[in-house]
Design a protein around this ligand. Structure first.
Ligand code: GRF
Length: 227
């Protein structure tokens, strides 16, 4: 935090719990964003279903309560999800942000957090749900790809869309180069959408999303670029 800045009182900041399974670069971008004194949310808990997830150690090193909840230690998906639910509630979490969390969730958990649990996916949904997104985007020959932040529903990678960012696809892209370009966009989009959700600029009523000040500008993305 910059010297002389007054942090927003935490009573007015939404409390965010983050679910990860691995690297955690999106979690890091959310944590970094919340360091800004006027950001309307704070990260109060990080949970990983994989104890060895590098993101977990990073969160701990930043003083954020970080818990390994190994799904292999639970008899059923329900028991595991109940424990996530409990941990989030005990920590007073308002919004759960999934950031590379690689577990299917039970309808119970999804319903308990309906419109209070969000996810980031590395494609322009509803295209390319699921795994191997970039391989499939390249195979389909799309010229523009991107990422989506959405409210979580039981069916994987579905739910009201809260924000999207688009990137061009280059002729010589590989899944790795496209993934890197999309990931850089994810790191900007996710903190922005969380900020707008936490401040009430974005709201979800049932399955309908309302944008108070919307992100409207008139730019059009061309790929290939227009010279
Ligand atoms: C990201 O591409 C995210 O969109 C997807 O899984 C990846 C997680 O990366 N759901 P990281 O763990 O946030 O670095």
């Amino acid at each position: 935090m910059r010297e002389g800045t007054i942090p927003k009182p935490s009573a007015t900041r939404k409390r965010v719990g983050i679910l990860i399974s691995g690297r955690g670069s999106n979690m890091m971008s959310l944590v970094e964003a919340t360091q800004s004194p006027d950001y309307p949310a704070e990260v109060v808990l990080v949970v990983s279903n994989r104890p060895e997830a590098p993101g977990l150690a990073w969160a701990k090193s930043r003083g954020i309560p970080a818990i390994a909840l190994d799904h292999k230690g639970y008899r059923s998906r329900e028991e595991f999800d109940d424990q996530i639910d409990r941990l989030m509630k005990v920590s007073g979490v308002d919004i759960i942000a999934c950031a590379g969390f690689m577990r299917l969730m039970t309808p119970g958990l999804v319903e308990n957090w309906r419109n209070r649990m969000i996810n980031i996916h590395p494609s322009l949904l509803p295209s390319f749900k699921g795994l191997n997104t970039h391989e499939r985007a390249l195979a389909a020959g799309v010229r523009i790809s991107g990422c989506t932040v959405h409210a979580v529903r039981h069916e994987v990678d579905t739910g009201p869309i809260l924000g999207q960012a688009a990137v061009p696809v280059r002729g010589d892209d590989t899944p790795e180069t496209l993934a890197a370009r999309v990931l850089a966009a994810e790191h900007k989009l996710y903190p922005e959408v969380l900020k707008q959700l936490a401040s009430g600029q974005i709201s979800i009523d049932g399955d309908t999303v309302a944008f108070k000040d919307s992100f409207i500008n008139n730019s059009v993305i061309f790929s290939p670029a227009i010279c």
